[in-house]
Structure formats: structure tokens, C-alpha cells
Design a protein around this ligand. Structure first.
Ligand SMILES: [Zn+2]
Length: 181
């Protein structure tokens, strides 16, 4: 089992990531090698969908945050399912990696409670595809040997945030969903 030494990481929140499982995963968007990681300290279980053999420099990368309402319940109330499908297709086509950050326990109920309130009183959407931090994505990319990437993200802060964790972003590619999705 490969480990990312704690000394390589800048924060104490992510002390070590270990590969828990690696398997072949066919999807409607292509076939991936799925690597499931586990952080024994934080309990996080992020996933990496690896398509083909991504180049050491210039691999296409998308960071996707799990949305249980969209990903599990297949709701179209938010764009998350469409963004996941788009991200898998885009990284598959380019030979890259989609990193899937798991939601915290309780997220589904929190979102549904928010939507119930929104049904009656309005208000902003509860969904955000902005990761809480880029420590974990950066640690996985470095573990995969990818420290120079093309980042698929519409978040203007994403490049700076990822580069703060020693992964160079040669280009940030905004994500545009097809109209009428
Ligand atoms: Zn969502």
C-alpha cells in the first residue's frame, strides 16, 4: 500500500493517504481505473477516476464534490450530476483524472432540509462544487505522479488554491455545461 508521507503535506488535517482499493470501473462515460483512498486520520475516503495513462505533465484534472441529492437520488435540482457526467467525459476524452471528494456524513439530510425550507421561503441553492480545501486533491495528484496539470474548473480561486499545495496548474479550463442539459 502506497502512502503519502506526512512530511510532504502542508497541513496536519491530512496526515496520510493510503490506497484502499483499485479496480476497473466501466461507466457510460468511459472505462476508468478507480482508486479509492482512505485517510486514517480524518476518515475521508476520496476517489480518483483515472482514464488511460495520464501524462506526467499536462494531465486533465477535474475536482468534483459529492452531491448525494444529485449523485445518489438522481435529482436535477442542482447541476452536480450534469457536472459529474461532464467531468467524467472530459477527463476520459483527454486521458486524465477526476477526483471525487466524498460528502461529510449528514450532508444528504442537510441538503434535503435546506430544500424543504427553500420550497416555502426561497433562498440560495445549498450546492457548491468548491472543495473545502485543495490539500486532499493535491496529495492524490502528487501520489499519482501528476504535479503539472490542466485544471477543469470555473472557480477563479482554484488554480491558486491548488498551486499552494505544490501542484502546478499550466492552464485552468472553465467548465461549460452543454445547453439544455
Ligand atoms: Zn448538488
Amino acid at each position: 500500500m502506497r502512502r503519502v508521507p506526512a512530511a510532504c503535506l502542508r497541513t496536519v488535517a491530512v496526515s496520510a493517504l493510503e490506497r484502499a482499493a483499485t479496480t476497473r470501473l466501466p461507466t457510460p462515460h468511459g472505462e476508468f481505473q478507480l482508486i479509492a483512498y482512505r485517510d486514517p486520520v480524518t476518515g475521508q475516503e476520496p476517489l480518483a477516476f483515472v482514464s488511460g495513462r495520464p501524462p506526467a505533465a499536462g494531465a486533465h484534472v477535474r475536482v468534483q464534490v459529492e452531491c448525494p441529492v444529485a449523485d445518489t437520488l438522481r435529482s436535477t435540482r442542482c447541476d452536480c450530476a450534469a457536472l459529474l457526467a461532464h467531468g467524467l467525459s472530459a477527463t476520459s476524452a483527454a486521458g486524465g483524472v477526476l477526483l471525487y471528494l466524498r460528502a461529510a456524513p449528514g450532508t444528504l439530510l442537510d441538503r434535503l432540509t435546506h430544500y424543504a425550507r427553500q420550497d416555502t421561503s426561497g433562498g440560495p441553492s445549498a450546492c457548491s462544487q468548491t472543495p473545502r480545501g485543495y490539500e486532499v486533491p493535491a496529495a492524490i495528484l502528487r501520489e499519482l505522479g501528476l504535479d503539472d496539470v490542466v485544471l477543469h474548473s470555473s472557480d477563479p480561486r482554484a488554480t491558486v488554491a491548488l498551486e499552494a499545495h505544490e501542484v502546478r496548474v499550466t492552464r485552468q479550463k472553465p467548465v461549460t455545461l452543454p445547453s439544455g442539459r
